[in-house]
Design a protein around this ligand. Structure first.
Ligand code: NCD
Ligand code: ZN
Length: 347
C-alpha cells in the first residue's frame, strides 16, 4: 500500500483570487501548495487591459505572505467585444499576461461584460492564434431556453466547435468541464486543445447538491451534473492523457453571499484540494498519474517547464483542516468532500 508520494509542485490552471480583504485571506490557501496559478479576471470591474493585469498582479504579490513568495500568478485578460488585439499581444510579449478568458455574457459571477457577438472578437482570436496565446473558455451557452444542465453540451456544438474551425491555430482550454460530452469532444480533437477539471466536479454530482436539502456550498457554475458525467470526468482526469489538467476553479464567496435566497455560484476548495485529489486518484487506483494531472500536463500545454521543486504527500489518520477561512468580508466555507481525507502535504 502506498503511504507517501512525491510530486513535482502542482499548479492550478483556473483560480479565483478576488481582491482586497478576501484576496489577503484566501491567497495563502493556494500559495502554500501550488507553484503557479492562472488567475481569473472576473473582478468588478473586470481585468480587461494589460495595464489592469499588471496592477492586479502587483496587488496579488503584495498580498502574498513572505514565506510563500515563490508563488507565481499567471494573469489573464477578460475578453470583451472592445478588447484591442494590440494590447493583448503587447501584454503577452511583455510577460504580463499568459492567456485570455472568454465568458459568454451572463454565464456566471461577474460576467456581464462577456461576449455576445463572437464575430466581434474574431480579430483578437486570430492575433492570439498567431502568437500562440491560449484562450480559456467558460463553455456554457446563456440562452434562457436552454436547460442549465444542457448548457455545456450545447455550447460545444454551437460556439466552441465553430470558433475552433474558424481559427484552427488557436490554442483553447475547455475550462472546468462537467460532462461526458466534453470528454468526448476532447477525445476527438487532438490538436490545440486542453481541458481543465475541478476537484469538486470529480467528487460531487447534482444529488449531493439537491437531495436531502439544498446545499449552497456545492452550487457552482457549470453546475454539477448526474453521476455518469462525474464518472467520465474521473476516468479522464486519472487517465494520464496529456490534454487534461487541474484547474480547481476555487471561487470564494462569503457565507452570507452563498447561504442566501439567491446564492452566489462558486466552490472554495483551495485549502484541501491536494488531499481531495489524492483520495480520488487512490480510489481510482491511479495515484501514480496524479502528478501528470496536477503538475505536468498543464505546464506542457502552456509551453512552460514543470516546477523545479516537489511536494511530499503522506497518508495517515484523517487530516484535519479548517471548515471555514475567516476574511475581512466574512467567513468562507471550505469544500466538504463528504468523506475523510487521509493524505496531507508534508511541511
Ligand atoms: C466563479 C466565481 O465565483 O467567480 N463561480 C463559479 O461557480 N465557478 C465564476 C466562474 O468561473 O464561473
Ligand atoms: Zn472560474
Amino acid at each position: 500500500m502506498t503511504e507517501s508520494l512525491i510530486l513535482r509542485r502542482p499548479d492550478d490552471w483556473h483560480l479565483h483570487l478576488r481582491d482586497g480583504a478576501l484576496l489577503k485571506a484566501i491567497l495563502p490557501e493556494t500559495a502554500r501548495h501550488f507553484g503557479r496559478a492562472i488567475i481569473m479576471p472576473n473582478l468588478v470591474p473586470p481585468v480587461v487591459t494589460g495595464a489592469d493585469a499588471a496592477a492586479y498582479r502587483a496587488r496579488i504579490l503584495a498580498a502574498c505572505p513572505p514565506e510563500m513568495d515563490s508563488f507565481k500568478p499567471l494573469m489573464t485578460l477578460y475578453l470583451t467585444e472592445d478588447t484591442d488585439p494590440d494590447d493583448v499581444a503587447d501584454a503577452h510579449a511583455k510577460g504580463i499576461v499568459t492567456a485570455v478568458k472568454l465568458y459568454p455574457a451572463g454565464a456566471t459571477t461577474n460576467s456581464a461584460s462577456g461576449v455576445r457577438d463572437f464575430d466581434k472578437v474574431r480579430p483578437v482570436l486570430e492575433r492570439m492564434a498567431e502568437i500562440g496565446m491560449p484562450l480559456c473558455v467558460h463553455g456554457e451557452v446563456t440562452d434562457s431556453d436552454i436547460d442549465i444542465f444542457d448548457r455545456e453540451a450545447v455550447f460545444i456544438e454551437r460556439v466552441l466547435d465553430p470558433i475552433r474551425r474558424a481559427t484552427p491555430g488557436l490554442r483553447v482550454v475547455m475550462e472546468h468541464i462537467t460532462t461526458s460530452d466534453a470528454v468526448a469532444y476532447v477525445a476527438e480533437n487532438e490538436k490545440n486543445l486542453g481541458a481543465t477539471i475541478t476537484t469538486h466536479h470529480l467528487i460531487i454530482n447534482r444529488n449531493h447538491m439537491l437531495v436531502g436539502g439544498i446545499k449552497p456550498h456545492y452550487y457552482c457554475l457549470p453546475v454539477a451534473k448526474r453521476e455518469s458525467h462525474r464518472e467520465a470526468l474521473v476516468k479522464a482526469a486519472t487517465s494520464g492523457d496529456h490534454r487534461y489538467f487541474l484547474g480547481t476553479d476555487s471561487a470564494p464567496h462569503s457565507d452570507p453571499n452563498k447561504e442566501s435566497a439567491c446564492g452566489c455560484a462558486g466552490v472554495f476548495s483551495a485549502t484541501n484540494t491536494i488531499s481531495c485529489l489524492a483520495e480520488v486518484f487512490e480510489a481510482a487506483d491511479a495515484l501514480p498519474r496524479l502528478e501528470a494531472f496536477a503538475s505536468l500536463n498543464g505546464p506542457a500545454f502552456y509551453g512552460l517547464p514543470p516546477n523545479a521543486d516537489t511536494i511530499t504527500l503522506r497518508k495517515g489518520a484523517p487530516v484535519s483542516y479548517p471548515d471555514k477561512i475567516a476574511s475581512g468580508e466574512g467567513p468562507v466555507t471550505v469544500f466538504d468532500p463528504g468523506f475523510d481525507l487521509h493524505w496531507y502535504v508534508e511541511g
